[in-house]
Design a protein around this ligand. Sequence first.
Ligand code: SF4
Ligand code: SF4
Length: 498
Amino acid sequence: MGAPDVQAPPLKAYPVIPILQADAMAGSRPYVAAEKLNEAIGFPGKLVDGWQAKAVAKLGELRDRYRSLRVFLDACVHCGACTDKCHFFLGTGDPKNMPVARQELVRKVYRRYFTFAGKHFPKLVGAEDLTESVLEDWYRYFNQCSECRRCSVYCPYGIDTAEITMAAKEVMDSIGMGQKYTNEIIGKVHKIGNNLGLPGPALLDTLQTLEEEVKEETGQDVRFPLDEPGAEVLVVTPSADFFAEPHVFSLIGYAKVFHAAGIRWTLSSHASEAGNFGLFIGNYDQTRRIAMRVREAALELGVKRVVVGECGHAWRVAYSFWNTLIGPFDFLDARHPVPQHVCELTYDLIRRGAITLERERNDRRVVTFHDSCNVARASGMGGIPRGQFILPRAIVRAACTRFHDMAPETIHENTFCCGGGGGLLTDELVELRVKGALPRMEALKAVVDEHGVNFMATICAICKAQFAKVLPYYKFDMGMVGGVHQLVGDAIVLGRND
Ligand code: SF4
Ligand code: SF4
């Protein structure tokens, strides 16, 4: 199948605020989930009778449950600081993709039904009824937010548009207006155990094939164990790691690290997915049910440590929410009382000299690092301030001789989203995804031109899939993107036969 006919915007010197193009992305709309898909995960199959009153009641319920949502809806002073911070606005010029305008889609409804002024003088305060056309705008433009939280970094009040997006999605799911891609994936996790719908026997087969391939490459018996009771470590990783490229190279990297360090580990067929799309649709029950599989697998296998692979939003859920969602983790080893990121594990092994990396093995690569949004703005690592920026870069530098960061305003907490997060990684949104990647592509081009960068490492499965898709639109090689543990796997010294 050929690439969809989408014109990528020209790459410019960053930053350039686009000329406004009203409704430029009004046609961008993901498929609505079919009745069967919605019902399978407990949502109404299709738009319910009396949807307007039900949606308003749900919004009220969320406002009461989440104090943050109420503050975000009340606090905006329309200062405009966030307007040019969203990659989807920068890439499309559609004013409804300005974060404040996106928020206003919910805020005007909130004002109408929940504030005195909005109830009595709606026109004076910009309050509006939740009409069919407003609902349609919600569906289109909340599916043009990747929940990356970049805008919140620049807001003087810390207003988090992502939380407003999640609330809008939860309201829409509650009235039967769910999105196909996210809800289909959630259904697969419940039914089969992972986002890709890979059943246990196929997974076992894949892992055995990987063992054979790595044996051929290295001469070493590097294992990819599945459901092994008594292993010390349970690894929970995005299912794309099992076979998609470049993801699988990171799985090979994890396996080599465990082999070299002599640590017994296992994957689980019950929890064969780190991703948690419950977060993307803002639904607490789904997020908890999906996460619970990890606790169940850890207890069943009797592991002492839980390690999360290269998945941005999975690490956010693990780091920020697992303890309250599925904790306590008092059954783990007291030295590792909370789930760890695979970068924390590898960084510690490198620091202690427990594994050896030969950086020259990656000499063909000039590397940069893309901070994934959920890691950068919603998590930490290593128990040190800014560890989520320090640890992955330290590993990359230990595995490669040539490394160059992209411009400071595009990395760390200022990082630009890949354009595919938040449940948008679906083909019908490819135009949005290509345009939303523009700021990251501009920053990448600068280090390509200046330093000859030819590899962009990242620790997120969605970023990897999204970049592999959109890089060619900007005339870059799709093979430029890969994982941090791909670099580790290529540099690691495994033993005498290596
Ligand atoms: S959270 Fe990210 S995608 Fe959503 S409005 Fe803010 S900057 Fe844009
Ligand atoms: S930066 Fe914050 S206060 Fe200012 S317009 Fe944006 S959301 Fe409102």
